[in-house]
Design a protein around this ligand. Sequence first.
Ligand code: FES
Length: 235
Amino acid sequence: MSDQITFTIDGVSIKGKPGQTILQAADEAGIYIPRLCYHPELAPHGSCRVCTVLVNGKPQAACTQPISEGMTVENDTPELKEHRCNIIDMLFIEGNHFCMFCEKSGNCELQAVAYRLGILAPKFSYLFPKKDVDATHPDIFLDLNRCILCGRCVEASKNVDGKGAFEFVGRSIEKKIAVNAEANLKDTNLAVTDKAADVCPVGTINKKRTAFAVPIGKRLYDKKPIGSEIEERKK
Ligand code: FES
């Protein structure tokens, strides 16, 4: 069996390795595919659908779809951009994302993907849902106003930390992250050194006593758009 798989993304020939997903092969080739729930150190679970591409004309999640010889992938098209913008716009109105007051501003992947896609103003009406805040843990602050249900904390706590401190509960618009305890976050065995405390893409899981260690304006996505680090691999 060949140790390389050749396929195209937007007409560019890419070589990947057997077992890689489209997203992994694209990253290695320096092609950015927008994503939110994917984290390189966690098993992909394809929940946000921001990474949707067309594979031989059919929509697939790039973070879970394995590459295959000769496949044709479309990534940078007006239709896919609109699809991604709609998802991001809905995430903004389903939560309470007050970016100007958020400690994660400038390091937030939701905010950064929105800027990268050119979203500057809300497209849909805000729902202003009532969400919980849990500051009971000595080292970690949980703000569900900003949760986008990416599931990274669930995956990391269960399969990296071996704890299961977080879980999804409810369905549809009622779906939310819950802590695996009788009452509050302080009643879980979550530690500030856990992977689960590190992987939140937005301002939901925050470490206490670290706020504004890096000032606004000097943060990761204040300097370069999200995805630049991947595109620089091409040079
Ligand atoms: Fe692929 Fe979320 S990044 S579905």
